[in-house]
Design a protein around this ligand. Sequence first.
Ligand SMILES: Cc1cc2nc3c(=O)[nH]c(=O)nc-3n(C[C@H](O)[C@H](O)[C@H](O)COP(=O)(O)OP(=O)(O)OC[C@H]3O[C@@H](n4cnc5c(N)ncnc54)[C@H](O)[C@@H]3O)c2cc1C
Length: 382
Amino acid sequence: MHVVVIGGGIVGLSSAHALVEAGVDVTLLERGSFGAGSTARSAGGIRAQFSTPINVRLSRESLPVWESFEERFGVDVGFRQHGYLLLARTAASADAFAEHVAMQNRLGVDSELLTPRAATERCPGLDPEPFRAATYHARDGYADPNLAVQGYARAAREGGADLRAGTAVRDVRVADGRVTGVETDDGPIAADAVVNAAGAWAAGIASLAGRSLPIAPRRRQVAIVEPSDGIPETVPLTIDIDTGSYFRPEREGTALVGGHFTDEDPDVDPDAYGESMAFDWAATALDRAADYASYFGEASRLKRGWAGLYAVTPDHHPILEETLPGFVTAAGFSGHGFQHAPATGQVVAELCVDGAASLDGVDALASDRFESGDGPVERNVA
Ligand SMILES: Cc1cc2nc3c(=O)[nH]c(=O)nc-3n(C[C@H](O)[C@H](O)[C@H](O)COP(=O)(O)OP(=O)(O)OC[C@H]3O[C@@H](n4cnc5c(N)ncnc54)[C@H](O)[C@@H]3O)c2cc1C
């Protein structure tokens, strides 16, 4: 069996790796360089604290891979497991937190519901006053996406995958309702299956196969800040869920600060969006963080920042399915595609080889959920 994977971000590379492990011949086509799409622009967060069972399952399957990445792939991705701390300001969010933790615990995740005061033990600079509840999971954390790209690329290559950077897919070939290959700048490539792992470009690739998928490229920014007060390395990735503000320690005493603070969220052209951080956004992001954490006082200094793309679906879940015979979609991960890549690669390989995936509940990620409107909606997004 020969599979063409479109996209050399973390999802395409993890898929290529899982496919070669399953004995498949793989050609991966990346029009730029590996990881240089959304993956390199990610905050690297890895957590199990999601609000829907399917996202928790994707995390549960992925976490052991992140924890043993060096053993498996020979690359230390710097996975720092200081947990994620989620904070609720409203009664509705606090009630939802209690339900989420109960669901996560049922699925085998040891997350805990904390009082805001207890949360200050995890994050000493936290002001507990604005909050009603918090949740924490010690095995959550963050890792380096670029190193993860290297690890997956190396392992996929060693397994025999043909990984081609600088090769753009121009068309998807369909015959009698079945995808049979792709057209590239270097000519056609026939395949038994084609995987659409093109991230924020995935809707464009789907349209080449005659399918319309609701995957919208949306701009998101992060800033690297020198905090006014030293931020301990053990501080969790902390999210104020009702404002969307988040921060975590970065290297050498700096902090990464992020969030999206306006209702305006237009689709952008993934080939022509502003890749630089906007200074007015950074000022707002710092203000929001300063509102609940003492690390971000007036003496904080902005060092640098960037913008990247979330690939957003209406319910903040990916589309993971065989969209038409021979055409597998793995895209639309919103802000959680980096962390879910290990489980996703496995699902993709099973969809290509067996026609069905073994992960419980993965059927909920088929695109027909948007017609029925009864799909799960992820609430824990930032
Ligand atoms: C600011 C920010 C913070 C984030 N933080 C987190 C986080 O903390 N945790 C987390 O899990 N996720 C996070 N994310 C989301 C995460 O980055 C993405 O979900 C993930 O990287 C998606 O990986 P991907 O492989 O699907 O996409 P990409 O990395 O974008 O890869 C898709 C690739 O397809 C290629 N491509 C497109 N068109 C073609 C074509 N025609 N032919 C060939 N190749 C093509 C592109 O060049 C690109 O390299 C964040 C994202 C942003 C922007």
